[in-house]
Design a protein around this ligand. Structure first.
Ligand code: MN
Length: 202
């Protein structure tokens, strides 16, 4: 997968490839403003502060999440996870399906696209507390769904992360309050499957 490194010793906030209202009504401009502009900014500031003098200044984020410990590991995980989350979205489409290659893989590993979505939402809804639900691939290209608590990433189990849904309350509370399954189910409309497929093929 692509490696993310700091520029001049620090990370910068990712520029979103869509406007503030582009994901509505699935994700409101208000949620986006706080989630990207405040929550992600804080994780990023924490990584930049912890990076200074750590000796890990040149280690890509994708390695840092498996090799660093403590606050740096957690904040690097949140930075990487949020970057992947925000970069995989596009304006809502009612009938949003993966392209042929990925659709065929999903059907092979989960039975059908519908079953995959159900299983994914169930995994996200059942994750206790804060964390992330992922679609990941193993070394043989087999697809699997993983539940990662807190700042977890499938890279920490030797898997390649492809698609993620943030189930920390800050990701959905303004729009969905306690209805996490509704938030997860709505996100399918805004997944940019070309990005997910590119991650699979990278
Ligand atoms: Mn978040």
């Amino acid at each position: 997968m692509n490696k993310t490194k700091p520029v001049d010793g620090k990370y910068n906030l990712v520029n979103l490839p869509y406007g503030p209202t582009a994901l509505e009504p699935v994700i409101s401009a208000e949620t986006l403003k706080f989630h990207h502009g405040k929550h992600l900014q804080t994780y990023l500031n924490n990584v930049n502060a912890a990076l200074h003098g750590s000796g890990l200044e040149n280690m890509p984020l994708e390695e840092m999440v498996t090799k660093a410990t403590g606050a740096l590991r957690n904040n690097a995980g949140q930075l990487l996870n949020h970057n992947m989350y925000f970069m995989q979205f596009a304006p809502p489409q009612a009938d949003n399906v993966p392209s042929d290659q990925l659709l065929a893989l999903i059907e092979t590993h989960f039975g059908s696209f519908e079953k995959f979505k159900q299983e994914f939402v169930k995994a996200g809804a059942a994750l206790f507390g804060s964390g992330w639900v992922w679609l990941a691939a193993d070394a043989d290209g087999k697809l699997l769904i993983t539940q990662e608590p807190n700042a977890g990433n499938p890279l920490q189990h030797g898997l390649r992360p492809l698609l993620t849904m943030d189930v920390w309350e800050h990701a959905y509370y303004l729009d969905y309050q306690n209805r996490r399954p509704d938030y997860l189910s709505a996100l399918w409309q805004i997944i940019d499957w070309d990005i997910v497929e590119a991650r699979y093929n990278s």
